[in-house]
Design a protein around this ligand. Structure first.
Ligand SMILES: *[C@@H]1O[C@H](CO)[C@@H](O)[C@H](O)[C@H]1NC(C)=O
Ligand SMILES: *[C@@H]1O[C@H](CO)[C@@H](O)[C@H](O)[C@H]1NC(C)=O
Ligand SMILES: *[C@@H]1O[C@H](CO)[C@@H](O)[C@H](O)[C@H]1NC(C)=O
Ligand SMILES: *[C@@H]1O[C@H](CO)[C@@H](O)[C@H](O)[C@H]1NC(C)=O
Ligand SMILES: *[C@@H]1O[C@H](CO)[C@@H](O)[C@H](O)[C@H]1NC(C)=O
Length: 422
């Protein structure tokens, strides 16, 4: 194109020059004449230029053709250019669409990648879950094995428990049986015991009956407890001067055959009594009593008697005092006391009462300026007044020497002294 423009400019310059020198086509026909006219050195100097102009003119002609051609081509080109522009626009549009598609694709790809990563993640999760499931399955099978073992053991235990239960029920049945048997046996035993007790009593009664019968058949009532040594308790004796009366025989405290002449075991009897009552005796043989001074005199005047004094202190200590020649004088002599030799585990407190007459609140035989029986609430062989008073007030005055203070039980027993010559 640049070249064409330069040519066009040259062409214009050349035309202007030619117009000044020549006048159209008729000049060309005059060339030959000119040649002939100007044959000298003018012609010779202008000739190359004229040749050149000729050439240029030809070229110009040709270039005009070419230019025409070119403009045609240009027009073509313009058309083509427009076409190309259209195509370019189309292309641009398509490129834009392509870009859009590309973006879409990229987006889709991103989504796809996202999705893929999600899928991957899910896959890995699934994998881990699968492994977990596998592990769990393993565990489960392990557990189910163990469970089976456990169930077997349980079954075994259950059967053994059932066995044991059966045994236990068997045992408890036996135990019940035995218990019932025991009950019947103990009932029988009780029955037998009561029967035995009854028999014992019967035997006792029988024996007493026999003794009575023997006595009546021989008309011979014992005068003391010696015949009842094997069977202590209440028996009838007969003593000359006072006749027959019941006495309590004791074989426990100091051997067999003792007559109990005084007893304090519960404090139920009033020992503040007058002379006549002490003479006769009072109280009941199964609790507290005093046998009576007259009976004691009659008994001890028949033969030699020994005296055994039993003392039970509040603290549980037991004392005794024994005299080998116990005797009571007759009423005229005031039932004065004789003792004999002492033996015992207590101080010989009765000794100060030896040879003393008996004193009651209504008969004062003591050595005290007043009546000891009044002061000390009982009849006794008072001196000035006493060292031992077994008839004193129960809980207050029952006293026999300092070593046997606070007595809760006292007994006086007599028994014929064994004749050593026999
Ligand atoms: C134990 O055995 C008894 C009797 O065979 C049955 O009834 C019970 O279900 C069993 N128990 C168990 C825990 O197996
Ligand atoms: C219970 O004991 C009696 C005899 O003592 C016996 O005959 C019976 O069979 C026993 N019963 C049981 C369940 O042991
Ligand atoms: C009956 O009395 C006599 C004479 O006292 C005596 O020898 C005899 O042993 C007594 N018999 C019985 C069974 O007590
Ligand atoms: C015991 O007897 C005497 C004389 O009979 C009487 O004065 C006294 O009140 C009686 N004591 C009791 C505790 O009954
Ligand atoms: C006994 O009488 C005397 C009075 O001589 C008195 O001192 C003493 O306390 C009396 N004892 C009892 C236990 O009554």
């Amino acid at each position: 194109m640049g070249r064409t423009k330069i040519n066009v400019i040259l062409l214009i310059i050349l035309k202007l020059f030619l117009v000044d020198t020549t006048t159209g086509e008729e000049t060309c026909e005059n060339d030959r004449e000119m040649d002939k006219l100007c044959g000298g050195h003018t012609y010779k100097s202008v000739k190359p230029l004229l040749d050149y102009f000729k050439q240029v003119r030809n070229e110009l002609d040709q270039s005009e053709i070419k230019e025409k051609h070119i403009s045609e081509i240009n027009a073509d080109l313009m058309i083509k250019y427009h076409e190309i522009v259209g195509i370019h626009e189309k292309l641009m549009k398509e490129a834009f669409q392509l870009d859009e598609y590309k973006n879409k694709i990229i987006r889709k790809e991103n989504n796809l990648q996202l999705c893929q990563s999600k899928v991957d993640k899910l896959e890995s999760e699934i994998n881990s879950q699968q492994t977990t499931i596998n592990q769990l399955t393993l565990h489960l099978s392990d557990k189910s094995n163990k469970l089976e073992i456990c169930e077997n053991q349980l079954k075994k235990l259950n059967s053994s428990v059932i066995e044991k239960d059966e045994k236990i029920s068997g045992y408890s049945a036996t135990i019940q049986n035995i218990t019932e048997y025991q009950k019947t046996i103990s009932l029988k035993l009780e029955e037998r015991l009561t029967m035995l007790f009854k028999k014992d009593k019967d035997i006792e009664i029988c024996h007493a009956e026999i003794i009575k019968l023997n006595r009546t058949s021989h008309n011979n009532i014992p005068s003391n407890c010696l015949p009842f040594g094997e069977h202590p308790g209440v028996h009838e004796i007969e003593v000359s001067g006072v006749g027959s009366f019941d006495v309590l025989c004791d074989s426990q405290l100091a051997g067999p055959g003792w007559i109990v002449i005084q007893q304090r075991i519960g404090g139920e009897e009033n020992f503040t009594r007058d002379w006549a009552t002490y003479r006769k005796g009072f109280g009941s043989l199964d609790s507290d009593f005093f046998l009576g001074l007259e009976k004691m005199y009659r008994l001890t005047s028949q033969q030699q008697y020994e005296l055994y004094i039993h003392l039970l202190a509040e603290d549980g200590n037991i004392f005794y005092a024994r005299y080998d020649d116990f005797k009571i004088s007759d009423e005229d002599h005031g039932y004065a006391l004789s003792l004999g030799k002492f033996k015992g585990n207590v101080w010989d407190a009765m000794r100060i009462h030896e040879n003393m007459k008996f004193t009651t609140f209504d008969r004062d035989n003591d050595l005290f300026y007043d009546n000891c029986a009044v002061w000390n609430n009982s009849g006794w062989w008072y001196n000035d007044c006493f060292a031992c008073n077994l008839n004193g007030l129960y809980d207050e005055g029952l006293y026999c020497s300092e070593s046997a203070n606070y007595l809760k039980e006292t007994k006086m027993l007599i028994r014929p002294k064994e004749d050593k010559n026999k």
